[in-house]
Design a protein around this ligand. Structure first.
Ligand code: K1U
Ligand code: ZN
Length: 167
């Protein structure tokens, strides 16, 4: 197991589009395990491979209170979405920043599991929001992209300042 370094906004690598995973190998399973350790330590409720500078289509999510319901999605696809809901989001790549984002209220997702088996899931509430947020990372989007230009500039300035101070 290993703790992985999480890229921080506005790192350009967060804008990379992830490629599909051809085969679910032991290496992929090891990455999922390292990502889980990293997410639980942060702590967070989700993590995309993009955030740890691995540009392949894998996300993990655990929105349970007991932190014992890890879900891994390989090559996730949103098959259908309905409704709209405005909710507050955070991001381990944008530490200390929370803001409201409009998302679909409910999504139907198809993905592969760690055995390479396809599954489908209907998700709403925090699980649905988190899955949409993580799939956005795989497409090279960060939640602050949905905010106004002014907010984006303020966030960039704040995080760059924090990064300089911790160097
Ligand atoms: O993608 C990420 O960086 C993870 C992010 C996921 C997320 C949070 C909220 C709405 C949508 C997506 C986080 O986990 S930020 C941290 C956080 O929300 C949290 C941390 C510990 C306990 C509960 C929440
Ligand atoms: Zn995020």
């Amino acid at each position: 197991m290993a703790l992985l370094k999480i890229l921080h906004y506005p790192d350009k690598r967060l804008y990379t589009v992830a490629r599909p995973i051809n085969q679910v190998t032991d290496e992929i399973r090891q990455l999922a395990s390292d990502m889980a350790e990293t997410m639980y330590a942060a702590p967070g409720i989700g993590l995309a491979a993009t955030q740890v500078d691995r540009h392949i289509q894998m996300i993990i999510v655990d929105v349970s209170e007991k932190r014992d319901d890890l879900r891994v999605f390989i090559n996730p696809e949103i098959l259908a979405s309905e409704g709209e809901a405005l909710g507050e989001e955070g991001c381990l790549s944008v530490p200390g920043i929370y803001d409201k984002v409009m998302r679909a209220e409910r999504v139907r997702v198809r993905a592969l599991d760690l055995q390479g088996e396809p599954f489908e899931l209907e998700a709403s509430g925090l699980l649905g929001v988190c899955i949409q947020h993580e799939i956005d990372h795989l497409m090279g989007h960060v939640f602050v992209d949905y905010l106004s230009r002014l907010k984006q500039e303020r966030i960039k300035h704040k995080l760059k300042k924090q990064q300089r101070e911790t160097m």
